[in-house]
Design a protein around this ligand. Structure first.
Ligand code: MCA
Ligand code: AMP
Length: 504
């Protein structure tokens, strides 16, 4: 038996001397180098007592070494658990307590405040900082490069990615080797990836988009990538001279459009621009096509399901739609209450089934059961309709969720924190149109009796506990929240009232 996911990569791997990773300055790591370093780190994991199925939690900056930890985990049969670098100590402590990792890798700057939370879970701790500083790389230098990949079945776990929930408590989505392998296999084909491709990689590597959609597709194709630490429109535009594909969230494209140098000539060597994680406005699609001659290819996915649909590579890429179900993915639109199928054109709940769909939420069997239908379809929480060509239009969300610059923020989580503040009587958190992030978080707060409303103090208080991208861009104080006859807060009324608050 082989290691299911890594075996796929090995089967398609070009020669050892082919470059896998470039930085902005030039070639940085070959496929052989990747095998050697991920082999050393995999040996170190074993030396640290990591056994197949053990979780390895990682919160570090985006570096080549950090990416190698992911591959080392796959090879060692461990379950990789990446954490957004923006998460506060409070948030990280929850994930560690819930996932009970065997090993935690942290940026050295986080050790002072997080070490006790790590040791409380009984995990060991390694560090990885800038330029490979820290105990992870010191330890891996003492290991050999040879590593016999641990056998893993298609159904074994490869990763757990936390996603927040409408109840406010984050859930760990369990992704198997085959979930990741099947999705990458399909995307290589569907998006025509080859060994000649050079992906401009400017996404973070702690979420599905940057980690799996981008990296696994490159590895599955034997292609290469220019690995940038973060998105910088200037730098990404410069890299288009050397790249062939860009994957990004809509904010990447609105920011690129602000670059006067974004022209047909500047993008002439590029063959594909992919957008996902949040809705791409039809105006952005049109403006990009006008300036560059490229039709951005929009696709739709979720942490729980990897990629579900995509506009075609060869056929029409229709703005405002997320395209057709990917090969192997079954998709239907149903009545959200009854689960009964709806005719094309009608709006309903989007449900999916296929090898891409996750195994369930970590240690939450009831939650898992409630999000699947009896016939195995996963209830996405997204509302949509299929048109006469079979293209899916996402028209809204059945879940209370804000997507800001491609990051998901669940209002419930922010409201829970707000409601604990002494000067807050009650709160409602909504998403409001934002010129840069598409949508951004706004809090509407009823102050406690006698309290003096203070916007800055409210945001500062939340900042101690919540990642900065989740913080409300504005806090609006009101006398009361609008409610319907059942007493439920009417967020649609608030969304309308504050619709232009962030237009700038
Ligand atoms: C940064 N800030 C944000 C966001 N990003 N606020 C709201 N929403 C955001 N997305 C805040 C920072 O906290 C900071 O505030 C200020 O904005 C500037 O921060 P900076 O770091 O300079 O921002 P940036 O580097 O320009 O980042 C913007 C970004 C980034 C490039 C759009 O957010 C990004 O890389 N987003 C991609 C997210 C992603 O990968 N999503 C995929 C999820 P302050 O000054 O107060 O600190 S996977 C997924 O959704 C599914 C599976 C799918 O379909 O792909
Ligand atoms: P996440 O929990 O980060 O995996 O986010 C998944 C959610 O992002 C989906 O359920 C959708 O609501 C949203 N999403 C992803 N891609 C798109 C897209 N192309 N258009 C609209 N929404 C999207």
């Amino acid at each position: 038996m082989s290691n299911h996911l890594f075996g796929h990569f090995l089967d398609r791997m070009p020669s050892r001397d082919r470059v896998l990773l470039h930085t902005a300055d030039g070639p940085a790591m070959t496929y052989g180098g990747m095998l050697d370093l991920s082999g050393r780190i995999a040996n170190l994991l074993l030396a640290q007592g990591v056994e197949p199925g053990d979780r390895v939690a990682v919160q570090t900056e985006k570096t080549i070494e950090a990416l190698m930890i992911y591959l080392a985990c796959v090879r060692a049969g461990a379950v990789y658990l990446p954490l957004n670098t923006a998460y506060t100590d409070h948030e990280v402590s929850y994930f560690l307590g819930d996932a009970e990792p065997k090993l935690v890798v942290l940026d050295p700057v986080r050790v002072e405040t997080l070490a006790s939370a790590v040791y409380e879970t009984g995990a060991s701790l390694l560090t990885l900082g800038e330029e490979g500083k820290g105990s992870l790389m010191l330890g891996s230098k003492e290991q050999v490069t040879q590593f016999e990949d641990v056998a893993r079945e298609p159904d074994d776990l490869a990763a757990i990615l936390y996603t927040s929930g409408t109840t406010g408590r984050s859930k760990g989505a369990m992704l198997t080797h085959e979930n990741l392998a099947s999705s990458a296999r399909v995307l290589v084909d569907y998006w025509h990836f080859s060994q000649d491709d050079v992906l401009i990689h400017a996404l973070p590597i702690f979420h599905t988009h940057g980690l799996f959609v981008a990296t696994n597709t490159v590895l599955m194709a034997g292609a290469s990538m220019i690995f940038l630490p973060c998105f910088d429109a200037d730098e990404v535009l410069r890299m288009m001279e050397r790249g062939t594909v860009l994957m990004g969230v809509p904010t990447f494209y609105t920011r690129l459009l602000q670059q006067p140098d974004l022209t047909r000539q500047a993008t002439a060597g590029m063959r594909l621009f992919v957008s996902g994680s949040a809705p791409l406005r039809a105006e952005t699609h049109a403006a990009f096509a006008e300036r560059t001659g490229h039709a951005i290819l929009e696709r739709y996915g979720m942490t729980e399901t990897n990629m579900n649909t995509s506009n075609p590579y060869d056929g029409p890429r229709i703005a405002g739609t997320v395209g057709l179900p990917l090969p192997g993915v079954e998709l239907r639109v149903v009545d959200a209450e009854t689960g009964a199928g709806l005719p094309d054109g009608q709006i309903g709940m989007i449900e999916v089934r296929g090898p891409n769909v996750f195994k369930g939420y970590w240690r939450m069997p009831e939650k898992t059961a409630s999000e699947f239908r009896e016939d195995g379809f996963f209830i996405t929480g997204d509302l949509g309709r299929l048109d006469e060509r079979g293209y899916l239009h996402i028209v809204g969300r059945g879940k209370d969720l804000v997507i800001s610059g491609g990051y998901n923020v669940y209002p419930k989580e922010i409201e829970t924190e707000l409601d604990q503040l002494a000067w807050v009587s009650e709160s409602a958190v909504i998403g409001v149109r934002h010129p840069d992030f598409g949508e951004a978080v706004v809090a509407v707060v009823v102050p406690s009796a006698g309290a003096t409303p203070d916007e800055a103090a409210t945001i500062d208080a939340l900042a101690e506990r919540l990642a900065r991208y989740k913080l409300p861009k504005r806090v609006c104080f009101v006398d009361e929240l609008p409610r319907n006859s059942m007493g439920k807060v009417q967020k649609n009324v608030l969304r309308e009232r504050f619709a232009s608050l962030l237009d700038g």
